[in-house]
Design a protein around this ligand. Structure first.
Ligand code: SF4
Length: 337
């Protein structure tokens, strides 16, 4: 597990919490098919034309949803993260997101009857204990004078996110095919796409639903376009891996208890695939010349690199050249926004 952040359009939403699914009939309603491959606390892999990640072997540069989104938002931000790989101090909200994702993943490894709010909260502290051992620097977020109190409040805020999750769906009625699924595929153009899906539900009919949990502190409106970009990225990867267009892309916003669902179609995914190819070509062009320009926006508020950004009076470090072999892996914190 990497603990550092340096890592590594679409139509309108169609459905909110309480709304019927897009076709008016429930998706995976009572009993989703129980299929092999359930994560049970570990990352699973679905790949084509590429090796599964070992964490050690050199891998080909690939486009991930987080880095593609960075480049779209601001090429210089992409450079800082994927090329310079500048460290970014994690925030409590990011680490809390990682913790909650981890708890939900573990919860789906329990028998259905045990997937209750109480059991999920029981998992919280042992999961934090394990994560903080793996990433001891995260404990530095709680080293102030009132560290015990701050940690207790923070864990309570994580409990609230779990409560919010249970208001959005009943996990006893689901058996996901996989949690934290690593997916990777190579497009016919040669562009390699790579990412991690929070949860994949597959119905007995073969219909696929991609589920992503959002726990971030930023206003949902700000992250919504980015989140849907990420979901379409996964939809393209699954479409190319399995030959099936996912029936539903579902975002569960745990901070405000809202859900958003979207149904992509094949022509749209084909267009989106071309968008991803164009982004990768633009990244390669910038990578050759080092010309990664700043693109200031209201999202700069969440950028850790303002001090090095010309738009804020800073000077970027000398361009180190295009990274080989990997141009920016996603971290666990990227995946838990
Ligand atoms: S501060 Fe804004 S413009 Fe500058 S690198 Fe960060 S996101 Fe880009």
């Amino acid at each position: 597990m990497s603990c550092q952040i340096p890592v590594t359009s679409h139509g309108p939403p169609t459905c909110r919490t309480g709304d019927p699914p897009p076709t008016g009939r429930p998706f995976l309603s009572e009993d989703a098919a129980t299929l092999p491959g359930m994560a049970n606390g570990s990352t699973t892999t679905d790949t084509a034309n590429a090796a599964a990640p070992t964490g050690k072997a050199a891998r080909r540069p690939a486009l991930s949803p987080s880095r593609a989104s960075d480049f779209k938002q601001c090429p210089l931000l992409y450079r800082f993260r994927a090329v310079d790989r500048l460290p970014e101090p994690p925030t409590k909200a990011q680490v809390r997101g990682t913790l909650v994702h981890s708890v939900l993943e573990r919860m789906f490894g329990l028998p259905r009857a045990d997937r209750t709010p109480e059991q999920a909260k029981e998992l919280l502290r042992p999961t934090w204990s394990q994560l903080s051992k793996e990433c001891p620097e995260w404990m530095e977020l709680f080293d102030g004078e009132n560290s015990d109190k701050e940690l207790a409040q923070w864990l309570t805020s994580a409990e609230r996110l779990l409560d919010s999750y249970f208001e959005l769906e009943d996990p006893r009625r689901l058996d996901p095919e996989a949690c934290e699924l690593h997916v990777e595929t190579e497009l016919s153009s040669g562009v390699l796409l790579r990412g991690y899906i929070d949860r994949l539900d597959v119905a007995a009919t073969g219909e696929i639903r991609v589920v992503d949990y959002k726990t971030g502190a930023a206003p949902r409106e700000i992250g919504e376009a980015k989140a849907m970009f990420q979901m379409k990225f996964y939809a393209v990867v699954l479409w190319r891996l399995r030959g099936i267009v996912p029936r539903q892309l579902k975002l569960l916003y745990l901070s405000d208890g809202q859900a958003l669902a979207y149904t992509p179609d094949e022509p749209e995914l084909a267009r989106f695939e071309r968008t991803l190819e164009a982004i990768w070509q633009a990244i390669l062009r910038a990578g050759r010349t080092g010309d990664f320009r700043p693109s200031p926006s209201k999202l700069c508020r969440w950028c850790s690199h303002q001090a090095l950004c010309p738009s804020f009076g800073g000077t970027p470090p000398e361009y180190p050249g295009w990274p080989e072999p990997d141009s920016g892996e996603e971290s666990v914190l990227d995946r838990a926004d």
